[in-house]
Design a protein around this ligand. Structure first.
Ligand code: UDP
Length: 491
């Protein structure tokens, strides 16, 4: 029997950054699972990272495909292959990166014109501003994806609306963010600012805002029960439909999907999974600071010292970078891995994070509070140690520690903005890491309550994605909206 969804064709245009691309690939797979045709546009280097996942979904019968468009590095003066923000060595190249992104518009539109069925809707990253024009040309709605939670997007909206940056004079004095359903305090220093706030980037910033305003709706990788009224409040504030359809990572049920998500897992990963099998349930701390962590080696050494000094078993993910020989030398001189053998494992490169977090031996997550990682921790019912680095991560920390009450702060007070890592140096000492780990694993009442809340939240996350759950129902609503045709009223 043919379904009306068979002619619904949704086009996904993710930003070329792991924290944006990974959830959008999951999202596309969820739409395809429902029967809509999903086309994801990306560039060759990024396609290589997710091709296996898409091919597997496609072989299972999902109407999904990945289309590669060459990234015009040479044309804009970027070194060849610099196709993802995690490859870009410095913020100085960001303007060129965005110029190259802009040049994807024409070939994508050309490819789209040749497609049958024609596109019914575009879901694009907020930063792919030109997709607003593309949607107009094709006469279809466009929804944007922030790759953040509504709690942080609403905070940013309110701070701007109430002109807070002018009225708050102290950088380090906590102040109340106005207009939030659940009040909270933060310092001005911890707000998402931007080291890349360069003059030449301003032209893009204006266009991004304009395109955001023109969008018909917003899709959010979150779920209603997590956001404490922020989704409704944000919907009211911007007068657009907002659909929370996550946590999208929960669509990865198959072991291979979990293991290969977002990139090829590092060679150490399989050994690590086998080691986890031998560990006591809920005994291991998984420490990973995201895909863009550029902390200086001396800070990473402190993290290593902290993990080493705590009595807790751990997995420590460190990104292998050009020029990180300083950290490698330290690991060798300290005979770090030898000393922690049996209790701790180091993964160099890309860890299969969702597979690891889902392992029964993992009992806590030391995270930088990137939104995807935060949500993945929630899905695995894990209490968290929070170590925000930059962007909206300090706001996410507030959500985890103060609102959801499932986290312990490591105690970092200021961000490490891109390009300023050396200037900032060491912000967290080994003993603070040991203190946070001890607090997290403590069997006192506070520790038990934290674990209980994390377990309840994990259950709510799973329920949200099941039939009848909030995100599952929201997904049906998005599809209904798309099927109803191009001209619909805002909320
Ligand atoms: N991730 C992973 N392995 C790694 C590092 C990151 O699978 O070694 C994934 C992680 O599961 C998450 C994404 O990359 O889905 C990172 O997004 P997040 O928003 O947490 O942080 P960002 O990297 O954007 O700072």
């Amino acid at each position: 029997m043919s379904s009306p969804l068979q002619s619904v064709h949704i086009v996904f245009i993710p930003l070329l950054a792991q924290g944006h691309m990974i959830p959008m690939v999951d999202m596309a797979r969820i739409f395809a699972l429902r029967g809509a045709i999903a086309t994801i546009y990306t560039t060759p280097v990024n396609a290589l990272r997710v091709r296996t996942t898409i091919d597997r979904s496609s072989k299972l019968g999902m109407p999904i495909r990945l289309v590669e468009i060459p990234f015009p590095c040479e044309e804009v003066g970027l070194p060849i292959g610099f196709e993802n923000l995690d490859i870009l060595p410095s913020p100085e190249l960001l303007t060129k990166f965005y110029s190259a992104l802009g040049k994807l518009q024409e070939p994508i539109e050309k490819h789209l014109r040749e497609q049958t069925p024609a596109p019914s809707c575009i879901i694009s990253d907020k930063y792919i501003f030109w997709s607003s024009e593309t949607a107009k040309k094709f006469g279809v709605p466009r929804f944007i994806f922030h790759a953040m939670c509504c709690f942080s997007v609403l905070s940013a909206h309110n701070l701007k609306q109430f002109n807070c940056s002018d009225s708050i004079t102290s950088d380090m004095e906590p102040f109340e963010v106005p207009g939030m359903p659940k009040g909270f305090k933060i310092t001005k220093a911890q707000l998402p600012g931007n080291s890349v706030c360069r003059q030449d980037f301003e032209v893009f910033r204006g266009k991004i805002q304009e395109a955001e305003m023109a969008a018909q709706g917003v899709v959010v990788n979150s779920f209603d029960e997590l956001e404490h009224g922020c989704i409704e409040a944000y919907q009211k504030a911007i007068g657009k439909r907002i659909w929370s359809i996550g946590p999208v990572s929960l669509c990865n049920k198959d072991e291979s999907d979990m293991f290969q998500r977002g990139n090829k897992a590092s060679g150490d990963s399989e050994k690590c999974m086998a080691w986890l099998d031998s560990m006591r349930p809920r005994s291991v701390i998984y420490a990973c600071l995201g895909s863009l962590c550029r902390l200086v080696p001396s800070q990473l050494m402190e993290l290593g010292r902290g993990l080493g000094a705590s009595q807790q078993p751990f997995v420590w993910v460190i990104k292998r970078e050009e020029g990180d020989s300083e950290l490698e030398n330290w690991l060798m001189e300290e005979r770090f891995e030898e000393k922690v053998k049996g209790r701790g494992i180091v993964i160099r490169g890309w860890a299969p994070q969702v597979a690891m977090l889902s392992h029964p031996a993992i009992g806590g997550f030391l995270t930088h509070c990137g939104w995807n990682s935060t949500l993945e921790g929630v899905c695995s019912a894990l209490p968290m140690i929070t170590w925000p680095l930059f962007s909206e991560q300090f706001v996410n920390e507030v959500l985890v520690v103060d609102i959801l009450k499932i986290g312990v702060r490591v105690g970092v007070k200021v961000p490490v903005r891109w390009g300023e890592e050396r200037k900032v140096g060491i912000l967290v000492k080994a003993d603070e890491i040991v203190r946070a780990i001890n607090a997290l694993v403590s069997e006192d009442e506070e520790g038990e309550e934290r674990r209980k809340r994390a377990a309840e939240l994990g259950e709510k996350a799973r329920q949200a994605m099941q039939e009848g759950g909030s995100s599952h129902s929201n997904m049906s609503r998005v599809l209904q909206y798309i099927m109803a045709g191009p001209t619909q009223e805002a909320v």
